[in-house]
Design a protein around this ligand. Structure first.
Ligand code: HEC
Length: 115
């Protein structure tokens, strides 16, 4: 009984782990490859690309923004530029950004207020 439960727990942890990844890429890899050129290596923003800073947003703001892109689909979102980016990533590269794990990654990696 115990063992079964443990296997079950291990399997669901593995599942959650893989859901946090988009394809085979971690959020860090996705960020470095596809996000930092517009948002800066430390999410400080990149005015040349009009990418706003993300390191001053709290985790809920990040989650909301990313969720908003996903939920309202790619139309009707107030984030026009990002809507376009995410669509291109998904269609062309098969990379799906998970709003929750990406928000966590961004917040804990870059926001100086994150503890
Ligand atoms: C081509 C440039 C570009 C790339 C690449 C890009 N972004 Fe953005 N991003 C923008 C711009 C411009 C905005 C502001 C306008 C908008 O939201 O559409 C923005 C807005 C955002 C916001 C909302 C910020 C707020 O003020 O609420 C988040 C979160 C975000 N981006 C995350 C990401 C992530 C994660 C990636 C990588 C998967 C990424 N961006 C890739 C240009 C980019």
């Amino acid at each position: 009984m115990r063992i079964k439960k443990m296997i079950c727990a291990a399997a669901s942890v593995a599942l959650m782990g893989s859901m946090a990844m988009a394809g085979n890429m971690s959020n860090a890899q996705i960020y470095n490859k596809y996000c930092q050129k517009c948002h800066g290596p430390n999410a400080e923003g990149n005015p040349a690309k009009k990418g706003p800073a993300l390191n001053d947003k709290d985790i809920n703001e990040l989650f909301d923004a990313l969720m908003n892109l996903e939920e309202r689909g790619f139309e009707g979102s107030k984030h026009e530029a990002m809507t376009h980016n995410m669509k291109v990533l998904e269609k062309k590269k098969g990379i799906h950004v998970d709003p929750q794990s990406m928000a966590k990654y961004l917040y804990y990696s870059f926001n100086p207020n994150a503890k």
